[in-house]
Design a binder for this molecule. Structure first.
Ligand SMILES: NC(=O)c1ccc[n+]([C@@H]2O[C@H](COP(=O)([O-])OP(=O)(O)OC[C@H]3O[C@@H](n4cnc5c(N)ncnc54)[C@H](OP(=O)(O)O)[C@@H]3O)[C@@H](O)[C@H]2O)c1
Length: 242
């Protein structure tokens, strides 16, 4: 294992294990959502991370809203390698292997948290996309040819951006790909006292062909606490030696 950040997966789930859906519209879920935010982003937060990872779909659903990036075709060739636009205390580490996200700014706001966007690309991302990120002042790293080199990615996040503790923040596909490959140390779940029984929404962890499979992973319970609004905060250590 390389020298990488400590990684915890922090997620809010329904009683039936979903991470999206109509259960979120309930008052019960709203209260559990407050616990979710407090623990990872509140003034006296439990986790002292310097960034959180999000999958491309999560970013499109919540921040970039499926906007197309404003590319300039045939942009002048950018310098090869990574681009460090600025340093920050908090990064939104965006898993975007092909360079698809239509950012408008180099910062984003999540409730009262402000974070600098840091794009994690592979060599599949075009020169025009990298030039677009540079115009916006968005830092990026390149880790892997057409698939991520996880060791390289995590080492760069630690060495180039000083990320010692990293939150794995969903969605389902991203979470499972990291957990199954052994790149997650702890799972922190806020279980909402709400469910909707939907079969159309994502569950906490989902395999994706080419990224992960259904080989089981086991966990060791670290702590259980009741939260505001009848939620439960579960913390598990991921068993790596299986
Ligand atoms: N309840 C919660 O706490 C919570 C938290 C976060 C998200 N969510 C919800 O989760 C939903 C999205 O989940 P999702 O599972 O559908 O999508 P996701 O994990 O957010 O994004 C999946 C996409 O990210 C990229 N990706 C992820 N892992 C990768 C890997 N290991 N290697 C290469 N690329 C990788 C791929 O992008 P490309 O398709 O571009 O190749 C993949 O299609 C959203 O609706 C969001 O709101 C809920």
């Amino acid at each position: 294992m390389p020298d990488r950040p400590y990684i915890f997966c922090h997620m809010s789930i329904s009683l039936d294990g979903k991470i999206m859906g109509r259960y979120m519209e309930t008052e019960a879920s709203e209260k559990a959502g407050q616990a979710f935010y407090r623990i990872a982003f509140g003034k006296d937060r439990f986790y002292q991370h310097q960034g959180w990872l999000s999958g491309r779909v999560t970013t499109d659903d919540n921040f970039t809203l499926y906007a197309r990036p404003a590319l300039i075709p045939g942009s002048p060739k950018v310098t090869a390698g990574d681009y460090v636009a600025r340093k920050s205390d908090m990064y939104y580490v965006s898993i975007d292997p092909s360079g698809r996200l239509g950012w408008q700014d180099h910062v984003l706001h999540y409730h009262d948290t402000t974070a600098d966007v840091l794009e994690v690309l592979t060599e599949k991302a075009s020169n025009d996309y990298k030039a677009f990120l540079r115009r916006l002042g968005i830092s990026y790293i390149v880790a892997g040819r057409d698939r991520y080199d996880y060791d390289q990615m995590l080492q760069k996040l630690k060495d180039e951006f000083g990320i010692q503790i990293l939150m794995l923040g969903g969605g389902a596909v991203l979470n499972w790909s990291f957990i199954q490959k052994g790149y997650c140390d702890e799972v922190s779940l806020i279980v909402n006292p709400a469910a909707d029984g939907s079969v159309k929404t994502q569950t906490l962890f989902m395999e994706r062909e080419g990224l992960s499979d259904d080989t089981p992973v086991t966990f060791q319970l670290l702590d259980v606490q009741r939260t505001e609004g009848d939620g439960v905060w579960l913390r598990y250590k991921v068993n790596h030696d299986q």
